[in-house]
Design a protein around this ligand. Structure first.
Ligand SMILES: Cc1ncc(COP(=O)(O)O)c(C=O)c1O
Length: 405
């Protein structure tokens, strides 16, 4: 065994390769409620756009991209965000390799070892190891049905200031159809969060991959639209609306930060070919109809899952998400969600236990009572069957618990 001298951020990482997490590589009989994968029948036919980009646009498509990303695509993104209440130009946008790349870049921009950042409890679990790799402390703030408890954060910031502790370097949040809890933060709470960030001069990182995947109700102003002094760094992506395999996303921020983020993004630029395909598809007549189809299809998936949960799991609590990919279940007291997830996997239904979504497991009260179910990837028939199987597992682990309420 080689005795490598690994960096601190790598030394705790496993030396063995993980099992595949690609649903298609798992047993085809398995029902996958555990991933944020898109529903394959929703992928648009991009072949015509690709052919055109590779012929008429070949010289640009096969060249290194402009480091900030293709100008036309940046302008299109800025225009759409302006339709949504922002005030941005193409130069306020940096194209990234998806939102995860955006998270990593923002960390590179703002974090030093020993810093503190704020996340919700629970939070987007893939971001946790990214944050940890920068050697920072994660300060968890509880949520209620309106998302992050801004009042609790205000108390915490006041106490940090009173104790002369260094303030958090940023506040990370997913205000629309939160992953994993499915919650959407109402306008008043958003205003309070933006005002609090201004009072303490802490940047707000708004991660909004599901923003356009809304099934009903009106859009709530994004944090970026409420931002009057450039404190919000907004992360967007085409993963949830078009296809995650494209790996095209963006950061919207003030130019002084975009300029630095661009220099920290040392990967030779996001693929010019893929940016070209995305841009041509977005400005084609097919785009609006595609967005509508995405919303209608995931609404149907959500409705099927909610109906099955009400039918088969009456003792389990949840809020109905107005968009996005996830339902967050609270199990009856006394049932261990990690055990449920393990047993459900054995019964052919993959689910994620809530404990994965808490940055500091052990300090979070009740982290073991939650399950995250994703309705994006499975067909309605699989969704219905999968909830039935999950009910079978819960019924075995805690007979009677499902009819308590
Ligand atoms: C909150 C959140 N942020 C970021 C991402 C990743 O998006 P991308 O595919 O653009 O990296 C996801 C995907 O699951 C997500 O749920």
């Amino acid at each position: 065994v080689n005795d490598y001298r690994l960096a601190r951020r790598a030394s705790a990482l496993p030396a063995t390769l993980p099992e595949s997490t690609i649903p298609a590589e798992i047993d085809p009989g398995t029902i996958c409620f555990d991933s944020g994968f898109a529903f394959p029948p929703l992928f648009p036919d991009l072949s015509g756009f690709a052919a055109k980009v590779l012929t008429d646009g070949r010289d640009e498509a096969l060249q290194y991209s402009n480091a900030q990303g293709r100008t036309g695509l940046r302008g299109w993104i800025a225009d759409r965000m302006n339709d949504d209440g922002c005030r941005l130009g193409a130069d306020d946008i940096l194209i990234t390799n998806g939102a995860k790349n955006g998270i990593d870049l923002v960390c590179r921009l703002l974090l030093d070892e020993g810093d503190t950042i704020v996340v919700t409890a629970p939070t987007y679990f893939t971001a946790i190891p990214i944050f940890r790799s920068f050697g920072v402390e994660l300060l968890e703030v509880a949520q209620d049905e309106h998302g992050m408890r801004v009042d609790r954060l205000a108390e915490r910031l006041a106490s940090m200031r009173a104790q002369r502790e260094p303030l958090p370097k940023f506040i990370y949040n997913v205000p629309d159809f939160h992953n994993p809890s499915g919650l959407t933060m109402p306008l008043e709470r958003r205003r309070a969060l933006v005002a609090l960030a201004a009072e303490y001069n802490v940047p707000l990182v708004e991660d909004a991959p599901y923003r356009r995947v809304r099934f009903e109700g009106d859009d709530v102003a994004s944090l970026k639209a409420l931002d009057t002094d450039g404190r919000v760094i907004h992360l967007g992506t085409f993963s949830k609306l078009i296809a995650p395999g494209l790996r095209v996303g963006w950061i919207a921020s003030e130019q002084a930060l975009v300029s630095r983020l661009m220099r920290l993004k040392c990967d030779g630029g996001t693929s010019a070919l893929l940016q070209g395909i995305v841009y041509d598809f977005c400005r084609s007549d097919a785009f609006d109809a595609h967005v509508q189809r995405v919303r209608d299809t995931y609404r149907q998936h959500r409705d099927t899952m909610i109906a099955a949960l009400r039918r088969d799991l009456p003792g389990v609590e949840f809020l109905v998400p107005e968009g996005g990919y996830y339902v967050w279940l609270t199990l009856p007291a006394g049932i261990d969600a990690d055990e449920v997830a393990a047993k459900a996997g054995g019964a052919g239904v993959q689910v994620l236990p809530g404990s994965k979504f808490f940055a500091n497991v052990g300090t979070a009260v009740d982290a073991g009572r939650y399950l995250r179910l994703s309705y994006s990837y499975s067909t309605p028939r699989q969704i219905s069957a999968g909830i039935g199987k999950l009910a079978g597992v819960l019924g075995m682990l805690a007979p009677g618990a499902l009819s308590i309420y």
